[in-house]
Ligand binder design. Structure first.
Ligand code: DON
Length: 598
């Protein structure tokens, strides 16, 4: 795979500058973006572009754990220009919108958990339902779920949040100029990047479900392993955003393109776009093993679930004593904890601005101790006794989304997970804009059955109840769980992963490996992982990277479990900081890059 160097940036700059002489507006935009690219490349660290003087470094290096080499290179460029972790994160998000069109995005949404100057923050840039959305919009005339309607095509798309999220984060905390953080992405969109075979595999699979229903192939038929993919319309969109600011996407030419794409086919209007705002929320926080866990609040279910799992596991330490990691009795206990976590998720979690979520109660120590006390080493697995339930099966839940973690030498940290939901989202590309729209509407419950009951699933495994019903302006429930751990107020871990409802169970396992089993970051990621949630009952999922040995599968079956194989169990990108040196680690299951940057 070609890795652009500083030189690789300069040659295209000269070309872009030359073409700008033709004075068409788009070329001017590109050229002006390339001025910023040049600044990124040649600026001395802490150049005049920096908005504020940097404090004394707290760490001896910065670090990144990124899902591809291009986004890692971008972070390196940004640090070289004097940027901080927030600049790097925003630049990575825009880069991944180009180099990982399956999951990185402009047309999706996500969550960012930050530590800046010692203070934790959480940015919710989740998508919202358009104003024309209705509770029953994905049901047929008999009241049944209409297959595919919430996952493919214009009506699957919710109002995107990513660009406003990046704009908010960078304006509030970044040190570089906005144009500088867009420059690497513009470079990759203009000059292309070399396609990884995995990306082509995902394209080929997605293209089948979009065939004849969307304009996907008009833009991505030429996404072939080993070839350079150039995305000129996307480069122009990024150029407009670079020149005019993040609100261009919501109120400028790009907004007009989205509304035009939707007209007559989908629900998103100019008004939906102009009304979209990313929100700063109070992150969830809890004490665990001498660390402060900082994680995602609702509308994510992930942070709550993660804290619940960590605390119940700690409450049950006497039951775990002497059990080998991932032995059958160990998995049995964890599965019972997970039954309770997913029961609470289904009952209580939705958009907190639409219906209040009893967050404090759900992570209250006494409540969790009482829930943990229900877990018995000799209890037969029987999810049905744990109320209420979550519908569906994890095996079919989507495995697309992407995560990266960044720590800078000043001790700032960003953990960011964002998504189009399914691979390549709804499959709808905004004509002229060159970017895909999400299918996040599918994260709502499509057919709620009333509070406490189980609703019909559009995507099995992601069905929830009344708090997650579709309503105009509402944000759908999510499992995305970008998380930070602090020790004495300083960054100790930045972690996250894609994986739908497997996100929280994956992060839980890696944290347990690190802090209960004292593994190195590399070993903690390489260890076997499994997934279980309340429904389907009594089912334990393993994955190809570390399948269950026959003996373990036999023991689990003897305990009453069904053992299944699923295709995916995460792509964790994390950075541990122990003392003053960051240790980044990328999941061996994916194509990520872990890099210390000095
Ligand atoms: O927000 C969510 O939980 C889902 N839309 C995320 C989808 C996902 O992570 C799929 N997985 N890798």
């Amino acid at each position: 795979m070609s890795v652009p160097t500083h030189g690789a940036f300069r040659a295209p700059f000269a070309r872009a500058l030359a073409s700008a002489r033709f004075s068409c507006r788009n070329r001017r935009v590109l050229a002006s973006a390339w001025f910023a690219a040049l600044a990124v490349n040649v600026a001395a660290p802490l150049s005049a572009a920096a908005k504020t003087p940097a404090p004394k470094p707290a760490l001896d290096a910065s670090a990144v754990a990124a899902p591809d080499s291009y986004s890692a290179d971008t972070a390196q460029q940004i640090f070289a220009a004097g940027g901080n972790a927030v600049d790097a994160a925003v630049a990575m998000a825009f880069t991944l919108a180009v180099t990982r069109p399956d999951a990185g995005n402009l047309g999706g949404g996500g969550f960012m958990t930050l530590l800046v100057d010692g203070k934790p923050y959480f940015l919710d840039y989740r998508e919202r339902a358009p104003q024309q959305a209705t509770r029953d919009m994905y049901l047929d005339d008999k009241g049944n779920v209409a297959p595919g309607m919430s996952t493919v095509g214009h009506r699957a798309a919710a109002v995107p949040g990513t660009v406003d999220g990046m704009w908010e984060a960078q304006r509030r905390f970044g040190k570089l100029k906005w144009k500088q953080v867009l420059a690497p992405a513009i470079h990759y969109a203009t000059d292309g990047f070399q396609v990884d075979p995995r990306l082509q595999q995902r394209r080929d699979a997605a293209a089948k479900s979009f065939a004849g229903k969307t304009n996907f192939d008009a833009y991505f038929a030429n996404l072939k392993a080993g070839a350079m993919l150039r995305q000129p319309e996307l480069a122009q969109t990024l150029g407009r955003i670079a020149s005019d600011g993040g609100r261009e996407f919501y109120e400028g030419r790009t907004a007009q393109m989205i509304a035009a794409q939707m007209y007559g086919h989908g629900l998103i209007t100019s008004q939906d776009l102009s009304q979209y705002k990313a929100l700063w929320r109070e992150p969830l926080a809890a004490d665990w093993h001498g660390y402060r866990v900082i994680t995602a609040p609702p509308p994510s279910s992930g942070g709550l679930g993660l804290i619940q799992m960590l605390k119940m596991r700690a409450d049950l330490q006497p039951a775990f004593d002497g059990l080998a990691l991932n032995s059958a009795p160990y998995i049995h206990l964890i599965a019972q904890i997970e039954d309770r976590v997913f029961a609470d998720r289904q009952r209580h979690i939705g958009d907190p601005d639409a219906s209040p979520v009893p967050v404090a109660k759900l992570i209250d120590d006494a409540y969790l101790a009482q829930r943990a006390a229900e877990v018995k080493a000799d209890e037969a697995p029987a999810g049905a006794t744990v109320k209420p339930g979550v519908d569906g099966g994890a095996a079919t839940e989507k495995a697309q989304t992407t995560h990266f973690s960044v720590v800078d030498k000043w001790g700032n940290a960003v953990s960011n997970t964002y998504t189009l939901n399914g691979d390549f989202g709804s499959g709808v590309v905004v004509d002229g804009g060159g970017f895909l729209l999400n299918d996040a509407m599918d994260d709502f419950v499509i057919k709620p059955a009333g509070a406490g009951a189980t609703g019909a699933a559009s995507t099995p495994g992601a069905a929830d109840a009344e708090p997650d019903a579709i309503a105009p302006g509402r944000r759908p429930i999510s499992s995305m769980t970008p998380t930070l751990l602090l020790k004495d107020g300083k960054i100790a871990l930045a972690i996250g992963t894609p994986g739908g409802s497997r996100i929280l169970t994956t992060i839980f396992q890696v944290m347990t490996n690190l802090y209960d089993f004292d593994m190195s970051p590399t070993d903690a990621l390489a260890a076997m992982r499994f997934h279980h949630q309340l429904l389907p009952q009594k089912t334990i999922y393993f994955e190809p990277y570390r399948p269950a040995p026959d003996e373990l599968a036999t023991q689990l079956k003897a305990l009453g479990f069904t053992v299944e194989q699923q295709s995916f169990n995460g792509d964790v990108q994390m950075i541990r900081v122990d003392g003053t040196t960051p240790e980044p680690a990328s999941d061996p299951r994916g194509g990520g890059v872990a890099r210390v940057i000095r």
